[in-house]
Design a protein around this ligand. Structure first.
Ligand code: MSP
Length: 505
């Protein structure tokens, strides 16, 4: 298998994490974990973006130097992937000295290759977006994303010749999976076709940032610094080892639609200009919406992901993120929604299935499961295509579809319990073989489902395998029917998802 490299945007540290950041991190983690299950060499990067003007402002408000402020808040951000049980291979901070040096080399390459020139820039700047705005971008004179008026900035800056990359960029879009979903690729393509403007990669009026190597009175524009993280991290994540040849350009960038232009237009052009391959793929997902507005700190409707984890546990939060909204689309999120899925899908569909199955093996067979597969049975047929179907959906970033595919099998297993009624079979000694076959299918089916779910809900998958007294291996080849050998000492499992009080709105 090809190496697989997945990234999240690096998050601004001007505030603390909310569920929207958790969302992308969880999605990237699901992809990375699944790739590892399938035997790929995977690298998963996340981290923080520190050199933004808005970070310097918050630091000043708190009477701290930007670096002291960033050092403090970076601790909270580093905790986010950990609390989400994300398996990131590295956590980058753009204030890492190695990153800074890499950015300087990167910008110098652009300069040496003739893609940089100096000019005076004046325009409206939205510090929320960290981007210049045109009048056409504004609604009632305000940035619609941040509901605030942009500021007038006029300064001598270094510019990147973005416009000269128009044709090369359009060529990239001839590959129809360069940017997914397709409607996002169209958005980026029409932006390019509409005519590209060179953009400034430096700031003269601020000191918080990476000095421009040939003009140390200026610092790098935050995006010209931040985007480079996707390559720089590979150069120093493993001391003494350069991972760039292994993982670049096999990268999948995940991001939400707010930063589409930077990633789908500016970033490939910057890479080409500096002599790197453009990224393999970009996936642009929608927003999690709360009351139809984007969840964000500035709009004051933050859902603290860590609070949700405290109440529901990490796996239910991960499950809900993948399931509540079709990945790629915008979707409405609510606390009642997570509670409902916790009870109905995790508690009843999956948790009860495990409780009932283990209880029946314990009760009717003293905890011993005989190896009695039915290779032509309905459970075998349901499980056989599962591995390839789920892998195919995940290869298209369809996290929601892949999970629904697994859930179909969970529902089939539940129906199997109802239609075969093992408690009736147990009453008649002549039906002992039938009972063995049914119990085998339930255990084996749950085992295969647990392996398939391992990327989504890793702790639960382990708990299911342990309750079924199955090996802990989650290699993808185990998502197959009939791999359960005779097993002993199965006991009634403790509930995977204990009942919780309903939230008060
Ligand atoms: N620092 C830049 C990114 C630089 S990457 C080289 C940035 N940071 S951010 O903190 O604003 O994070 C934006 C990203 O957070 C989005 O692209 C998305 O991945 C995630 N989300 C933030 N709010 C979100 C929602 N409400 N819903 C889904 N994802 C959201 O932009």
């Amino acid at each position: 298998m090809e190496p697989f490299y997945v990234t999240t945007p690096i998050y601004y540290v001007n505030s603390t994490p909310h569920i929207g950041h958790a969302y992308t991190t969880i999605a990237a983690d699901i992809l990375a974990r699944n790739q590892r299950q399938r035997g790929a060499k995977a690298f998963f990067l996340t981290g923080v973006d520190e050199h933004a003007a808005k970070v310097a402002r918050v630091a000043a408000e708190q009477g701290l130097s930007p670096q002291a402020y960033a050092d403090q808040i970076a601790v909270v951000w580093r905790d986010l992937p950990e609390r989400l049980n994300a398996s990131n291979d590295f956590f980058i901070r753009t204030s890492d000295p190695e990153h800074k040096q890499f950015v300087q080399k990167f910008l110098q390459r652009l300069f040496d290759n003739g893609h940089i020139y100096q000019d005076v820039y004046s325009g409206l700047y939205c510090v929320g977006c960290e981007a210049f705005k045109t009048e056409a971008d504004l609604v009632d004179g305000k940035c619609p994303e941040h509901d605030r008026e942009p500021e007038w900035i006029e300064e001598r800056n270094w510019f990147f010749r973005l416009a000269s990359f128009e044709q090369e960029l359009l060529q990239l879009y001839e590959r129809d999976d360069f940017v997914l979903p397709g409607f996002r690729a169209n958005e980026a393509r029409s932006f390019i076709e509409g005519g590209l403007q060179d953009f400034s990669i430096s700031r003269a009026g601020q000191t918080w940032g990476i000095p421009i190597p040939w003009d140390t009175d200026s610092v790098a524009y935050v995006w010209a610094d931040a985007l480079v993280n996707y390559v720089s991290a590979l150069a120093y994540a493993r001391p003494g080892q350069d991972l760039i040849p292994t993982f670049w350009p096999q990268v999948r960038h995940l991001l939400a639609k707010d930063i589409l232009r930077f990633h789908c237009v500016y970033w490939p052009a910057l890479l080409l200009g500096a002599g790197y391959e453009p990224p393999r793929q970009l996936f642009v997902h929608g927003y999690l919406l709360l009351d139809d507005r984007k969840i964000s700190k500035s709009l004051g409707n933050v859902v603290d992901p860590l609070d949700l984890i405290d109440v529901y546990g990490v796996d239910p939060v991960r499950f809900w993120c993948a399931r509540a909204v079709s990945f790629g689309q915008d979707g409405a999120a609510s606390i009642l929604g997570i509670h409902e899925r916790y009870e109905r899908e995790l508690g009843n569909d999956l948790g009860n299935l495990l409780s009932r199955t283990t209880a029946m093996v314990a009760r009717y067979r003293g905890g011993t499961l005989r190896a009695s597969p039915s290779p032509d049975g309905s459970i075998a047929n349901a499980i056989r295509p599962l591995a390839s179907d789920v892998a195919a959906s995940l290869d298209e970033f369809d996290l929601t579809g892949a999970l629904e595919r697994i859930w179909e099998v969970v529902r089939i297993l539940n129906r199997e319990v109802e239609t075969t009624a093992p408690w009736q079979l147990a009453k008649d000694p002549l039906l002992a073989d039938d009972l063995d076959r049914v119990l085998y299918d339930l255990v084996d089916g749950l085992r295969a489902v647990a392996v398939a779910l391992a990327a989504y809900i890793p702790t639960t998958a382990d708990a299911i395998l342990a309750a079924l007294r199955q090996p802990t291996g989650i290699e993808w080849a185990n998502v197959a029917y009939g791999l359960t050998a005779e097993t002993h000492a199965i006991e009634p499992a403790t509930p995977l998802f204990p009942r919780l009080d309903a939230p008060v709105e």
